[in-house]
Design a binder for this molecule. Structure first.
Ligand code: SAH
Length: 382
């Protein structure tokens, strides 16, 4: 296997140069060490072609020693940019567009954001591509709202890369590690892309969470829906629902779906996704998931099935306590942070749940991350 030129400097791949089979074996072993004391761990589901899988590509802008514009990822634990033109994880179509943006930016003589001084125009570029729909979103993150020759730049960009379906300017003038700022403006196209998972179409905005590996996402969601064991009568909660993807894939088999999510943009996407897919039994709420569950429990409500897919930091005691009061017979916990999953599963066991199994899915080949999906059921009924 060829070695990446950025290996050892870029913070992206922990398994650079390691054969894929060995990566899977290592992840399996780690998951068994973490979760084996709690439940059986099924063999990890890997990818047939574990390269170029990322549908979201993010580069930061910088300058090389000669003052030429470069883009790439940050060196581990620093803000030095490592040019990553031949990254094996990134979607090659998106990489080509980024190279085009770099060339155009040079010909328009754009400045690059300087983190120390807080001045300059181009800060980050983010490309999202719907692998099934082919739609492409370009988000240019600028350090200032003023963007000289903006219309001409966008025109030239779309002419050079006609596959681009929407271009957005996001303004981030804060000194922060966050990529996106609060303000966005659509410069071309509808301001979002759509993509297809499990036969449904989803709208994805610049700031909404969307799984980065569409091939494995389909496997993940199908497994989640299978674990839910729906019969058509259930009240289902999709907590930390993002754009509503998991819940909407399950809604057809349920009586009603309630989704909760903190990001207002993602909730707007979820509502639109329900409507465009003709799902009439779903409602989405913008709230902290723990607070929302606590309020439901206070009102004496119940649910039958709970999907939960929290960020890497995991869920909270408030959420788990309230979830137990809503008394779902099955919980499907989707996790991108196996350490916090182990912690939360132990809390659920104390609240009267049994963890039946955990299924690792390799969503992030060549990196040290592993996604795991766990099935829990209430001890008193199974
Ligand atoms: N299930 C979705 C999203 C999972 S990512 C999918 O598969 O696409 C986790 C989501 O949790 C993100 O959308 C994030 O905005 C949301 N989130 C983070 N903290 C939250 C909180 N305290 N309450 C509700 N949602 C939260």
């Amino acid at each position: 296997m060829e070695k990446c030129p950025a290996a050892g400097r870029c913070g992206g791949c922990q398994f650079q140069g390691v054969p894929y089979e060995d990566q899977l074996a290592k992840k399996q072993k780690d998951m068994e060490a973490l979760l084996g004391g709690i439940c059986p761990v099924l063999p990890i589901i890997g990818m047939k072609e574990p390269q170029g899988y990322r549908n979201k590509v993010h580069h930061a802008f910088g300058l090389d020693r000669k003052g030429r514009i470069i883009t790439g990822s940050y060196e581990e634990d620093s803000h030095r940019i490592v040019p990553s033109d031949s990254c094996m994880l990134e979607d090659p179509v998106s990489r080509d567009i980024i190279a085009g943006i770099r060339d155009l930016a040079a010909s328009f003589r754009f400045s690059v954001y300087d983190e120390d001084r807080g001045t300059g125009l181009l800060r980050h570029v983010l490309i999202r591509r719907g692998f099934k729909s082919g739609q492409i979103m370009v988000v240019l993150v600028t350090g200032t709202p003023v963007f000289p020759s903006r219309n001409n730049f966008v025109k030239a960009l779309v002419k050079a890369h006609p596959g681009i379906t929407t271009v957005i300017q996001n303004v981030n003038s804060k000194r922060t590690g966050m990529v996106l700022g609060d303000r966005s403006q659509t410069l071309y196209g509808p301001g979002f892309i759509t993509d297809e998972i499990c036969g449904l179409r989803f709208r994805i905005s610049a700031g909404s969470f969307y799984q980065v590996n569409p091939v494995q996402t389909e496997i993940l969601y199908r497994t989640a829906v299978e674990y839910a064991g729906l019969t058509g009568n259930e009240t289902v909660i999709d907590a930390y629902c993002g754009t509503g993807t998991i819940g909407l894939c399950a809604a057809e088999g349920a009586r009603r779906l309630i989704g909760v999510e903190l990001s207002a943009g993602a909730v707007r996407d979820a509502v639109s996704n329900a409507r465009h897919n003709g799902v009439g039994n779903a409602k989405f709420f913008k709230d902290d998931a723990g607070r929302f569950m606590a309020a439901m429990a206070e009102r004496g409500e119940k649910c039958d099935v709970l999907f939960m897919d929290p960020p890497r930091s995991g869920s909270t005691e408030e959420f788990i306590r309230s979830a137990a009061r809503l008394a779902p017979s099955r919980i499907v916990y989707i996790s991108c942070g196996p350490e916090t999953l182990a912690r939360d599963l132990r809390s659920f066991v104390k609240k009267g749940y049994k963890v039946q199994k955990a299924q690792p899915v390799d969503m992030f080949p060549f990196t040290g991350h592993t996604e795991v999906i766990a099935k829990l059921s209430r001890k008193d009924i199974n």
